[in-house]
Design a protein around this ligand. Sequence first.
Ligand SMILES: *[C@@H]1O[C@H](CO)[C@@H](O)[C@H](O)[C@H]1NC(C)=O
Ligand SMILES: *[C@@H]1O[C@H](CO)[C@@H](O)[C@H](O)[C@H]1NC(C)=O
Length: 563
Amino acid sequence: MASSYVPFLLVFLMASVVPISVASLPHKIRLSASDVAAIEAVAPPRPPSLDQPTVFFEVDRPHRPPPGSFGPCSTLLLSHSFAYTYAKPPATAPYSPPPCLAAAGGRASAISLAVLEWRATCRGVQYDRVFGVWLGGAELLRGCTAEPPIQSAGVDWTVSKDVTKYASLLAACDSTTLAVYLGNIVDQQYTGVFHANVTLHLYFRHPPPPPPQPGLGPADAVVPLSRSLPLNDGLWFKIENDFDVATASVTVPANTYRAVLEVYLSYHSDDEFWYENSAGTGPFREVRVQIDGDLVGVVWPFPVVYTGGINPLLWRPITGIGSFNLPSYDIELTAFLGKLLDGEKHEVAFTVTNAMDTWFVDANLHLWLDPRGTAAAAGMVSYDAPPLDTATATLPEGPDNGLYYTTAFRHVSASGWVQTPSYGKFTATWTQRLGYENTIRSRDSFFRPEVSQTTDAYSAAHVANHAGVLYAQEAQQNFALYKFVGVVNQTDFDSFTAATKVRLGFREERVAAGRSGFWSRSLSNSQECARDVDFEDGEAVRESWARARRTGTRPPTRATSGT
Ligand SMILES: *[C@@H]1O[C@H](CO)[C@@H](O)[C@H](O)[C@H]1NC(C)=O
Ligand SMILES: *[C@@H]1O[C@H](CO)[C@@H](O)[C@H](O)[C@H]1NC(C)=O
C-alpha cells in the first residue's frame, strides 16, 4: 500500500523556501518512518508504556446476540505471522464447521450471531498494509493494519465484524479454505511483523428456528466472485485504470428467488487519495457492475483514510472511520433474475471510472433459494440506466490558485418478475440514485489542496406479490470528507505551523420490511481531527492538537423495530 511516499517534513520546509507549484507536487501524502519519528519526538509526552503495546481501535457498534441465544463458541481459525509476505501466497488454514455448530443442529439457521474477530500485534517500524480474509473464496473482511508507534512496545488492535450474513458458508459441510493475504514488506528500515489471529465466535438459537422470513436473514448460498487459489496475492481483482475490466462468470441456481451482490473495494498507491485529484482523471470515482454488458448498479465509495494516511498521528489511538473494517456495498440483482435464471453462464464485470493504479475489487453473490423447487419463469419488465451525468468547473485565480469543482449524478432502476413454487408470482424493483459534489481549492500558501466532498447514495429494493410486501430494503447514505494540509502562520522564512485537519462523516438510515414487520436503523459516525507541527528556524519544535479541536468519534446508534 505504501511503497513510496513524500518526505513530508522536508516538503514543508521547502514550502517556505521555494514557491510551490501544486501541479508539480507528488500525489501521495505519506510520512516515512523518519518523518514520523521526528514528529513523535516533539509530541507532548504520553504516559510511559514501553512494555505494553498501545491499543488502537475503530469506534464501532457492539455486537449483541439476539435474546435467547446461547454461546459464544469460539474457534481460532488461523494464527499467522506476516513478515515478508508481499506477492507471496496468502496464509491458509483448512476450515470445516466447528463441532459446536454440529452440536447445535449443524444448520446455518441455528446461528443467531456470528462474529469474526481479527486480533493482531506489531512491533517495530512498519507502514499500514491492506489485508483480506476469504472463506472458500468469499471475502469476509477487508481491513487496514495499524501503524505501530515507533518509540513504543508496538501496537495491538482488534476488529470484530458481524459475519452472520455468511452463515451458509460457515455451516457448509464441505471442508474449505480460509485465506488471509496481508502484503507486508520487511527490510532493514521497516522491521514490523504483523502477528494475527482470526477467531470465529458463534452464538446459537434454541430450536426450533424462527419462522422463515422470505428474502430476509442470511442468504442460502454465497458465491464468490474473486480470483481462485493458488495465487501469489490477494484473491481480489486488480484494477489499474479506467479501461481495466475485471470479470467473473457465474451460473445462478434455477431456484433462486433473491440475489444481492456485495462488493468489496479498496484503493491504493496513486489512487489512495483519489478525492484530491484535480489533475488527470479528476476526483470522481465510480465502481460499475455490469452483467453481460448491462449496468446493474454502481458503488460510490466512502473515502476511507488508512491509518498511515495524511498524518499517522491523526489516527492514534482512534483510527479513521472504516479503516480497520472497510465497508462493503450491496447491489440488488433480483429484478435481473429474468436474465440470470436460464442455467447459462453470465459474465459479471467490474470497472472503476477514472481509476488510477490500484483498486482491489471483488464480490460475493448472496442467493436466496426456494426450498420447494425451481422458478417456473422470470422476466424483465423495465430497465433504465442513463449515462453518468458529471460536470467539472474550474476557476483559476492565479498560476497555482484555483477552485476545481466536480459534480456527478447517477440513476439506475430496473424491475422484473419471478414465479416460484413458494411465493407465487412477485415483482421486484431496484432503484439507485446518487449525487456527488467535490471542491478542491489550491492556494499559494497551501502545500496540499483543500478538499470538501459529499456523496449521497439512495438505494431501494421492493419485492411484492398479490399478498403484499415479500420484503423491502432501503438505504440512504451520506459520506462526507474535509481535508486540509497546509502551512499557516508563517512568521519567518523558516518558522511556521504545518497544520492538518480532517473531518469524516458516515451517516446511514436503513429500513427493512418483511411479512412479519419492519425494522429501521440509523447510524451517524463523525470524526474530526487536527494536528499542528510548529517549526522554528526550520526545526520541528512542537507538535500539538491544542489549537484545533479534536472531537474524536461519536457513534450514536439507534435501532428500532416494530410491527
Ligand atoms: C494468538 O493466539 C495464540 C494462541 O492462543 C496466542 O498465544 C497469541 O498471543 C495470540 N496472538 C494475538 C496477536 O492475539
Ligand atoms: C495562528 O496565529 C493566530 C494568531 O496568533 C492564532 O490565533 C491561531 O491559533 C494560530 N493558528 C495556528 C493553527 O497556529
